[in-house]
Ligand binder design. Structure first.
Ligand code: PEP
Length: 255
């Protein structure tokens, strides 16, 4: 039985005071749960402080990116082991903003995925199509290409303890959301692709939806059989908004 994972991607937002308030609100407003996991991904400078504040509460901490290298002359980069060292247990890799704004390639994303896993982090692999690609009916082929690059580099077993986030680029930060059916179709495609390699691994992988998820649309999305949670940007910056999604997941899990 897969658990839901509700993950907040804070992107480049927040400061020490606002983060403290946000984390305190999330801890106070949600409970440890057998069925719903809660994760926050703050900007790098705040990871250690947020991890310390989260302590041994049910709120987990992850990074928004990670280097594919272990250590050395990589100015400005952060090694996976450093993230573990400051209390992270997850790392987002291949977010569409990294791919588009910083030119991350499928191969680089695959290397980051491998490096995160090797350091004991759970990678959250983001994949998804642009509006142009959706209109050209390339949604499945784009997702297949992005996923295959990682499977080819790491092997299917590397997905036994990983998370995939399907994030249609046209829905990120735009207020547009994939309908539950549109999202489910792609999630099923992703799971079927993995299943062709290893059915057991595919059945266990959490596949999150990302793209303007909010309290109002979360119940419809989370009721879909292959949607196992959300990667949330805008709505993760206010505890009430984020908690509304956590609550939706708790309700769907209990129904
Ligand atoms: C994201 O950036 O991962 C995301 C899903 O953002 P938003 O929820 O704001 O669309």
């Amino acid at each position: 039985m897969r658990k839901f994972l509700v993950a907040g991607n804070w992107k480049m937002n927040g400061d020490t005071a606002r983060n403290r308030e946000l984390v305190a609100g999330i801890i106070a407003g949600s409970k440890p749960s057998e069925t719903v996991e809660v994760l926050v991904c703050p900007p790098f400078p705040y990871l250690a402080a947020v991890a310390e504040q989260a302590g041994d509460s049910h709120v987990m901490v992850g990074s928004q990116n990670v280097s594919e290298h272990e250590s050395g002359a990589y100015t400005g980069e952060t090694a996976p082991a450093m993230l573990r060292d400051v209390g992270c247990t997850y790392a987002i890799v291949g977010h569409s903003e990294r791919r588009t704004l910083y030119g991350e390639t499928d191969d680089q994303v695959a290397a980051k995925y491998r490096a995160a896993l090797d350091a004991g982090l759970t990678p959250i692999l983001c994949i998804g199509e642009t509006l142009e690609e959706r209109e050209a009916m390339q949604t499945e082929s784009v997702c297949s290409r992005q996923l295959s690059a990682v499977v080819a580099a790491t092997g299917i077993e590397a997905f036994a303890s990983a998370v995939i986030a399907y994030e249609p680029v046209w829905a990120i930060g735009t207020g547009l959301t994939a309908t539950p059916e549109q999202a489910q179709d792609v999630h099923l495609h992703i799971r079927s692709m993995l299943s062709a390699e290893n059915a057991e691994v595919a059945a266990g992988v959490q596949i999150l939806y990302g793209g303007s998820m909010k309290g109002e649309n979360a119940p419809g999305l989370l009721t879909m059989p292959d949607i196992d949670g959300g990667l949330i940007g805008g709505a993760s910056l206010k505890s009430a908004d984020f908690l509304a999604i956590v609550e939706a997941a708790v309700e769907v899990a209990g129904s």
